[in-house]
Design a protein around this ligand. Structure first.
Ligand code: SF4
Ligand code: SF4
Ligand code: FES
Length: 245
């Protein structure tokens, strides 16, 4: 016999002056291979059409369904109810601006972080649309691709103690992004240029290294390696700067 699942869901509409943050209970019969995506849609269709949450791809690709699931940030479309106890508590991701209920605005956070970290190729080369495409070493392309797999779900930032303490911290997603450009041979920035961006407490020196980010990343990005790589690189750059004086 299938279980009756009890959902405790955070409710609050910041647009409504009469709305107060509270938890609301819903009960739903579990179905085979049910994901939280299916469960939340059924609750919205059958019990409360005003419930707000974000979904787009249902396949762990768009990154829009991040939420705190029984205390742990994760993707709702990738979470099967059979892997959870009968009582499920859902909260919106912290750090980001709340849109309503389980929906948060990760887009503005990522846009701001990409601007701050100058997330684009910096090169003096003038683009020639008629030139043959330049080849890249296969190994290097794989290395960059590995870091490009981030789906911007925001779970790593929501799990990060530093991000909870200071809102200007770039978080693992931001630091991973910087590492992605650092290894890209087309980007002509020097280590000193990168130091200006991440060699501070908003960047790699604000990271406490406890790796909650890597634990929750649904795409299993090698965040530990990237944080270590950046810490070593920026540490050496900082020493060089001191001895140059
Ligand atoms: S290791 Fe650094 S970036 Fe990752 S969760 Fe901890 S403080 Fe945040
Ligand atoms: S690094 Fe992982 S957890 Fe962080 S935003 Fe990207 S995919 Fe999500
Ligand atoms: S709906 Fe796209 S990642 Fe979950």
């Amino acid at each position: 016999m299938s279980r009756l699942l009890k959902f405790n869901i955070f409710r609050f509409n910041p647009e409504d002056n009469l709305s107060e943050p509270h938890m609301e209970e819903f009960v739903l019969e579990e179905a085979d291979s049910m994901t939280l995506f299916v469960a939340l849609n059924r609750i919205r269709e059958e019990q409360d059409p005003s419930l707000q949450f974000d979904f787009c791809c249902r396949a762990g690709i768009c990154g829009s369904c991040g939420m705190v699931i029984n205390g742990r940030p994760g993707l709702a479309c990738h979470t099967k109810t059979k892997d959870l106890p009968g009582e499920i508590t859902l909260l919106p991701l912290p750090v980001y601006k709340l849109v309503g209920d389980l929906s948060v605005d990760t887009g503005s956070w990522f846009r701001e972080m990409y601007t701050k970290t100058e997330s684009w190729i910096h090169t003096e080369k003038v683009f020639d649309p008629n030139a043959e495409e330049e080849r890249m070493d296969n190994q290097k392309a794989v290395e960059i691709y590995e870091l490009e797999r981030c789906v911007e779900c925001g779970c790593c930032v929501a799990a990060c103690a530093t991000s909870r303490l200071r809102e200007d911290f770039m978080g693992a997603a931001g630091l991973n992004r910087v590492a992605r450009f650092l290894v890209d041979p087309r980007d002509q920035r020097t280590d000193d240029d990168y130091y200006e961006i991440v060699g501070n407490d908003m960047g790699i020196f604000g990271c406490m290294g406890l790796l909650a980010c890597e634990d929750v990343c649904p795409k299993h990005l090698p965040l530990q390696n990237q944080l270590g790589f950046l810490r070593r690189k920026m540490g050496i750059t900082s020493l060089k700067k001191i001895f140059k004086k």
